[in-house]
Design a protein. Sequence first.
Length: 173
Amino acid sequence: MSILGLACAVNADDSVWLLIDTEALTLEVKKGKKTLETMNNIAIGRNGAGFKHRRGDDITPQGFYKIGWINPKSSYYRFFGLSYPSVDNAATALEQGIIDATTFDAIASAHQNGRMPPQNTRLGGQIGIHGLGRGDEKIHRTMNWTHGCIALTNQQIDRLSRWIKEEVTVQVK
């Protein structure tokens, strides 16, 4: 589904979805257009948000994703994996010569068949929403520190957990 199609689908029904604002550093739990809960002071990648060019660039990718898997015992407390890279991410990477047509086809096919896209391409993978684990909350409050994920405090992850299941849509803007 294209970004426009996914955006329309998100706003057209009453499913719970997440809106992550990488400028305001907030995560909103939404139902249709209504905000159910807002979590402030989230952290993103050390190098901000935008188009992720490669694994290890510390950029939080923007776009529309789904929760693809849940790890309740992550070293980061809990981890909600995103279906990154999206077809739109892959199309941009193909146009820029970052990935080849075979890699694009593998990513697109995974999405079309309801599977997680390959997590080992040049675009990276293992992007998600997670807690701090045993990390320092002072650092979390003062800087963006992740390698491209969205980080919340463990308490925020506990609150978020009641809304999360696989297939929940996540918009990172």
